[in-house]
Ligand binder design. Structure first.
Ligand SMILES: Nc1ncnc2c1ncn2[C@@H]1O[C@H](COP(=O)(O)OP(=O)(O)OP(=O)(O)O)[C@@H](O)[C@H]1O
Ligand SMILES: [Mg+2]
Length: 248
């Protein structure tokens, strides 16, 4: 059976997708012992950077084009049980690549070949609603959408929900997660009160420190810090959503 795919996705840029993807992948491996692959699908290669890998070469595109086995590009990380399929600059035109290929299930098929001896694949997606998104939404079993509590971000979420609604190929549930929350702001408090079921990731400088440390938050911050606790709570929700994949 292939491993479940959790996509961290949003139409909007800069909402905390990469930060959350890296931290959830850490939580899966470090807190639950799941053999996890973080698949960086964004040509900015931010997740690749945060996991301490230096993106060199231009090979990621060749894997999408099936000129290269993606499994050969996978590298270990400093976190036990967490591996990385790095991005590099060749993914800058990923939308064009997918459009040219015209293979709707290419990403899903690649995920199958990457599933061997792994329990979970976490995909860090580029922003936008593009051919890449279509591929990801088709392949995903759960789509996590970070939402900064603002009217614009909530509209972006509504646009995605509208896009997937009623389309059989996109049957993965959406899990919105409030991102960069500042509870001193009434706008944020009101948004959270309106959606009490959505998990919350607070705004915290510890998350920004990840790009200096080049490591997931949980590797350098204590388990009881608010940031790590919030990550663990989101991970908990993800695990609940994926129970059917991991029967005890
Ligand atoms: N909870 C948080 N608290 C404080 N800063 C955060 C938090 N989450 C992310 N950031 C910071 O916000 C910036 C954007 O985060 P990130 O790169 O994760 O967003 P993204 O949605 O992946 O962006 P892009 O659309 O460019 O891929 C980064 O500088 C990151 O360190
Ligand atoms: Mg990103």
């Amino acid at each position: 059976m292939r491993a479940p795919i959790v996509a961290v996705y949003s139409l909007k840029g800069g909402v905390g997708k990469t930060t959350l993807a890296v931290n959830l992948a850490w939580a899966a491996a470090a807190l639950s012992g799941r053999r996890t692959l973080l698949w960086d699908l964004d040509g900015q290669a931010a997740a690749t950077w945060l996991l301490g890998h230096d993106a060199g070469g231009e090979q990621a595109e060749a894997a999408i084009r099936k000129e290269l086995d993606p499994a050969k590009l996978v590298v270990p990380t400093a976190v036990a049980g967490l591996e990385l399929l790095p991005a590099d600059a060749s993914l800058r035109d990923l939308d064009v690549i997918f459009r040219d290929l015209d293979k709707k299930k290419r990403l899903a098929r690649m995920a199958e070949t990457l599933s061997d001896r792994r329990d979970l694949i976490v995909i860090d997606c580029p922003p936008g609603l593009t051919d890449t998104t279509e591929q990801v939404l088709r392949a995903a079993d759960l789509v996590i959408v970070p939402v900064i509590p603002s009217p614009l971000a909530q509209r972006a979420l509504a646009a995605v929900a509208e896009h997937v609604k009623g389309r059989k190929a996109f049957d993965a549930p959406l899990l919105p997660v409030f991102s960069m929350v500042d509870r001193r702001r009434s706008l944020h408090r009101d948004a959270i009160a309106a959606q009490p079921d959505w998990p919350v990731i607070p705004m915290a400088s510890a998350f920004e420190a990840m790009s200096d440390r080049r490591a997931p938050l949980g590797t350098f911050a204590g388990r009881r810090t608010p940031g790590v606790q919030a990550v663990a709570q989101v991970w908990n929700r993800v695990e609940q959503a994926l129970v059917k994949w991991w029967p005890e």
